[in-house]
Design a protein around this ligand. Structure first.
Ligand SMILES: *Cc1c(COP(=O)(O)O)cnc(C)c1O
Length: 404
């Protein structure tokens, strides 16, 4: 059996062969510890690390001194939130975030609540965007941090980051953004966006797993963090631990490639995504887009297919690797909390599919996926009594169901 077509690029991406090439020397020939100051092995490793810092900084408009290497975005998010909460505890204990953040932010917030922080979880509008007035109104003199993601990993919705940054600056509150899904996909600039802390990870941009970074602003304001890891004082004391030099070289190379190819690649992916959407919408009734199409990553499509059963849909398309908003595929029993935050009912959340397109997807694959989706949805609906009732004009919301 051949491998499924990979349309799950928000979960992770394959390592680009050019990235792998950039990493290889640091496993073997240049295996040095970047903290070894006394010999050429250490210097070569340090050079690779500093080169990567510059490549990352260039992609996001930062200074290379503002890049702190971590093991990935989960750690970056933890360091940003816990580091700020501890460092600025005397100033206040209030953090504002949103209901649709990644678990690495939400679970960190839960942890901080137990430690005495007060967290505001902003609700989302139906299109997946936060309400800026609500954000402004929830800031108090105890607010120390706003943490809002750049782009959502399920629905690809882009938040009004520049406006959030402006509000944060006006009010003298630090602004952290989990920008994992946005960096390398859409233009991100920490100066223009007034971002003070920003999380990124290599494996969502065709780099290796286990390598990430936190951007920490050094000027106006100079952000300070309480380290969450004690040790050798690496990364200006913010993150101790011997640096993952091959991973870091890979992250840098991934950023450089993304920066160079973004203008073309985003147009290509948007074209493929729009073709997929149009083909599905023009061949299937009762399909719904989840989240704003206007404020959205070019490579994301998230759609619900009414009157099919989520589990059967996934089984029917098992030669395509996608994610679903349905519980049955994940560890929990709840349907996607992101889709529920948009106001979706359980039924539509359960039959949602996230299509995440990436650098190595082709138009042939899009055509195949569209056709397969149409075939499977039609087939499932033929077997569905609910679909039949809907076609007969029965208003299903008024049907009195009786249990047997
Ligand atoms: C993948 C992802 C993370 C977690 O990143 P890791 O490097 O896997 O820890 C955090 N936030 C978002 C939005 C993500 O998509």
């Amino acid at each position: 059996m051949s491998k499924p077509i990979y349309f799950d690029n928000h979960a992770t991406t394959p390592v680009d062969p050019r990235v792998l090439e950039a990493m290889l020397p640091y496993f073997s020939d240049n295996f040095g510890n970047a903290a070894s100051r006394n010999h050429a092995y250490g210097w070569a490793a340090e050079d690779a690390v500093e080169k990567s810092r510059k490549q990352i900084a260039s992609l996001v408009g930062a200074n290379s001194k503002e890049i702190v290497f971590t093991s990935g975005a989960t750690e970056s998010n933890n360091l940003a939130l816990k580091g700020v909460a501890e460092m600025y505890a005397e100033k206040g204990n209030h953090i504002i975030t949103a209901a649709t953040e990644h678990k690495a932010v939400l679970d960190t917030c839960k942890h901080l609540e137990k430690k005495g922080c007060r967290i505001t979880y902003l609700p989302l509008k139906g299109d997946g965007l936060i309400d800026l007035d609500m954000l402004r109104d929830s800031i108090t003199d105890k607010t120390i941090l706003i943490s809002i993601m750049y782009a959502n990993n399920e629905i690809g919705v882009l938040q009004p980051i520049k406006e959030i940054g402006k509000i944060a600056k006006e009010k003298g509150v630090l602004f952290h953004s989990d920008a994992v899904q946005a960096v390398g996909k859409v233009p991100v600039n920490v100066i223009e966006d007034s971002i003070d802390l920003m999380s990124i990870t290599a494996h969502k941009i065709y780099g290796p797993k286990g390598a990430g970074a936190l951007y920490v602003r050094r000027k106006s304001p100079r952000v300070q963090l309480t380290a969450q890891m004690d040790g050798g004082g690496h990364e200006r004391g913010m993150r101790s631990g011997t640096l993952n030099v091959p991973g870091i070289a890979g992250l840098g190379a991934a950023c450089e490639i993304a920066q160079k190819e973004m203008p073309e690649e985003s147009v290509r992916l948007r074209g493929l995504r729009d073709k997929l959407r149009k083909t599905l919408e023009s061949n299937l009734e009762e399909v719904y887009i989840n989240g704003s199409m206007e404020h959205r990553l070019p490579n994301n499509l998230n759609m619900s297919f009414a009157y099919v059963e989520g589990e059967s849909l996934l089984m029917g398309i098992n030669d395509i690797a996608v994610s679903s908003g349905s519980a049955c595929t994940s560890a929990t029993l709840e349907p996607s909390y992101v889709l529920k935050a948009l106001g979706l009912g359980d039924d539509l959340a359960h039959t949602s599919i996230r299509f995440g397109l990436g650098r190595f997807n082709t138009e042939e694959e899009v055509d195949y996926v569209a056709k397969k989706m149409i075939d499977v949805v039609n087939k499932l609906r033929e077997l569905s009594p609910l679909w039949e009732m809907f076609k007969d004009g029965v208003d299903l919301s008024k049907v009195q169901w009786t249990a047997h």
